[in-house]
Each structure stands twice: as structure tokens, then as C-alpha cells.
Ligand binder design. Structure first.
Ligand SMILES: Nc1ncnc2c1ncn2[C@@H]1O[C@H](COP(=O)(O)OP(=O)(O)O)[C@@H](O)[C@H]1O
Ligand SMILES: [Mg+2]
Length: 365
């Protein structure tokens, strides 16, 4: 899994039947170096300026190859860590890197060469998880809800359960009995990361320390809180760059670096708190996964804004960093079995929808 944060490749081992059996194994992250991150970042910018159906520029093909090779290295590292060989693994779920997400135009674009990854690893690969859902009228995202639901049931958490994943974009899944709904809440870490990188050259605000030393601009936040996105009835999903106007606005209003970091961090918390308006009832348990949970200032703001009983993924013995990678392993098995990956209540697709595309390791090329 390579998420919208562009921080690195997460690889995780899962023993599963794609249904009720889920036994998460070890995971690891192979961070991108600055050069790969810049190359992926360029691919995002290039995609942003492209028309649908336009020829794919060589720079994006190059980024795809580099990304795929990085995933092959992550698989190799995970096998070494687990003491396993390629022959012990049935299937790789390969999400790839989203470089553009415009479901309303029927367009979502993940780069990642399934044939090449199968060849490099000698393991069958499932990729392209989102496009079938989008072609069928869904948002193609979020795709983690069914994994969240099976994990929540396995842990016996008090329902309703809300699972929040804070990656580059943040999502919530709401679970009660057989009902599972989900949507993107707004920005996660992406705007914070970009702001920090542009001002300091550092990739992240470790533990939110920089943001904590700034002052939250409450006036700006209350204007941002008016954004139509928050009133939109879910399912709904976001492109990474959708709230990109905010850092631009902060620059033009001459917010200091620290105040900007504080304000962006609180905006992420505010957006997640606003998600509660769309829950069918108040959640009993909140569990937080994704890299954003390592940002102490963000977590403080989130607790303050939601007043909710909030657990860290690790509090319920989940692997909060490998969570999405485990989730895509689960979806890869579901794809092979022709089971749904998405539901009307998770992506807005008309009927439960399967997806994914298989690449056999034995095929040439
Ligand atoms: N120690 C930390 N302090 C603050 N933020 C962190 C820390 N560790 C990770 N993060 C944040 O989490 C992000 C990575 O989260 P991740 O769940 O991998 O997101 P994605 O799925 O979008 O790649 C980083 O870019 C950073 O913003
Ligand atoms: Mg990541």
C-alpha cells in the first residue's frame, strides 16, 4: 500500500479467507527517499493538469516503474522479516498509488504495474481495486470499510464503532450490526505534510510539535468549516489535492509557518469531528488508525473537538500502521472470490460491487 501521504510503501502479511477469518501477521514500512517522493509528487501534479483519455506522459510511466520496484522491495523485506519464501504466499494485493481521483467524472487513477510486480516477486498480484466501482457509478473509495467491519467484529468492540483512518486524506467507517457506512471526512496529513515540507524541507511534523507551538486561527477555521463538502450527504470521497486551496489562502493571508501548521492540524480534527453529523447514531467506540495517530497535537485536537471515547489501534491489538496494507490483502482475496469490495453505503455504488484485476506470476511479461 502506498497512500496519499507519499511517505513510503507499507507491506503486511494476512492469513484470511476474505470473509470471517482474518489473522494479521507482521508488517513493515519502507520509506520513500526524497527523490522517489519528488517523482511521485510530480506524477500527481502532471495528472492534475491532464485531460481524461490524453496520452500518458513518459514521466508517469517512469514513476509507475519506480513505484512498482519499490513495492517489490517491500515484499522482499517482508518475506525476510517473516522467514517466508515467495512460494508461501498466495496473492499480493497491490493498491498502487492514486495520482488522481475524480469519481464524478468516472475517473480514478492508480499507477502500479501488476504484471511487473508479479514478475519481480514471483507471486500472483491483484491490483486496480477502484475502477470497477467507479465505472459502476461509485466513488471508488473508501475501500477499507469491509475490513474495518470484520476486524471490529473479531475484536468484539462495543457498537456503534467508528474507525477513523488518518492518512493523507482521512476516512471514517461506521459499523453497527450488519450496517457499514463510510466516507472521506476531509484532509488528513497531506496538507500538514505539504505545509511543513514547503517551509522547512522536513517531510512531517513529528508528533505535531511544530503545530503545537503555533496559534490556531479560529476565524479562518470557521470560514473553512462552511465548505459545502461537509454538508454533502455521504458516500463521498476526496482527491488528495482537493483542499489544496487552503495552504494557498494561508499564504496570501500571511499566516506564519507555525500558526499555519496549527490551523491546518486543527482543520483536520474539525473535519473528522464534523463527520459525526452524518452518523446514524452516536458512536460508542472510536478507533484511530493511520499515521496521523502519531501526531500528538492532532489527536489532542480531535479528542477536544469530538469529546469521544477514543482508542488507538494498538489499544485493541490492531496494527495501526500496517492496517491498510492488511486491508488490501483482505480485498485481494475477496477479489479472487468475486466477493464485493464495496457497498452502496460505502462508495455509493448501486449494488455491492467486486473489483480488482489479477496478474499471474507465471505469465510472461
Ligand atoms: N511521528 C509522527 N508524527 C506526526 N505525524 C506522523 C508521524 N508518523 C506519521 N505521521 C503522519 O502520517 C503520515 C503517514 O500516514 P499513512 O497512514 O502512511 O498515510 P497514507 O496512507 O496516506 O500513506 C505521514 O505523512 C505523517 O503526516
Ligand atoms: Mg503511507
Amino acid at each position: 500500500m502506498s497512500g496519499t501521504s507519499l511517505d513510503g510503501v507499507d507491506a503486511a502479511l494476512l492469513d484470511t479467507d476474505g470473509e470471517d477469518v482474518v489473522r494479521p501477521g507482521p508488517s513493515l514500512t519502507v520509506p520513500y527517499d526524497a527523490a522517489i517522493r519528488a517523482q511521485l509528487r510530480d506524477a500527481l501534479e502532471t495528472a492534475l493538469g491532464m485531460a481524461q483519455g490524453a496520452p500518458v506522459p513518459q514521466s508517469i510511466w517512469d514513476a509507475e516503474r519506480v513505484l512498482t520496484e519499490a513495492h517489490a522491495q517491500a515484499v522482499k523485506a517482508l518475506l525476510e522479516k517473516s522467514g517466508l519464501a515467495a512460494g508461501d504466499i498466495d496473492l499480493i494485493g497491490f493498491h498502487g498509488q492514486t495520482i488522481l481521483h475524480r469519481p464524478e467524472q468516472g475517473w480514478t487513477w492508480q499507477i502500479g504495474d501488476g504484471a511487473l510486480l508479479a514478475k519481480l516477486t514471483g507471486i500472483d498480484v491483484v491490483n486496480d481495486f477502484r475502477s470497477a466501482d467507479v465505472a459502476a457509478g461509485g466513488q471508488g473509495a473508501p475501500l477499507m470499510p469491509l475490513y474495518h467491519a470484520v476486524m471490529s467484529r473479531a475484536a468484539g468492540l462495543a457498537e456503534p464503532v467508528v474507525v477513523v483512518n488518518i492518512g493523507g486524506v482521512a476516512q471514517v467507517t461506521y459499523i453497527k450490526d450488519d450496517y457499514v457506512s463510510a466516507f472521506d471526512t476531509g484532509p488528513g496529513n497531506a496538507l500538514i505534510d505539504d505545509w511543513v515540507f514547503d517551509h522547512t524541507g522536513l517531510p512531517i511534523d513529528v508528533n505535531g510539535a511544530l503545530a503545537r507551538s503555533g496559534k490556531i486561527d479560529l476565524g479562518l477555521l470557521s470560514r473553512l468549516a462552511e465548505d459545502d463538502f461537509f454538508d454533502r450527504v455521504p458516500p463521498k470521497s476526496l482527491d488528495r489535492m482537493e483542499f489544496d486551496f487552503i495552504p494557498k489562502m494561508m499564504r496570501s493571508e500571511r499566516l506564519s509557518f507555525f500558526d499555519g501548521a496549527a490551523t491546518l492540524t486543527d482543520f483536520t480534527a474539525l473535519a473528522i469531528a464534523k463527520a459525526q453529523n452524518h452518523f446514524p447514531s452516536k458512536a460508542e467506540t472510536w478507533v484511530i488508525s493511520g499515521g496521523g495517530r502519531h501526531n500528538g497535537f492532532l489527536m489532542e485536537r480531535l479528542k477536544e473537538r469530538t469529546k469521544a471515547y477514543m482508542l488507538d489501534a494498538e489499544d485493541v491489538a490492531w496494527d495501526g500502521d500496517g492496517f491498510e496494507a492488511h486491508g488490501f490483502a483482505y480485498l485481494a482475496v475477496r477479489s479472487r472470490k468475486g466477493l464485493p469490495l464495496s457497498l452502496p453505503t460505502t462508495t455509493g455504488v448501486k449494488a455491492p460491487m467486486t473489483g480488482g484485476r489479477i496478474w499471474k506470476a507465471s505469465c510472461p511479461g
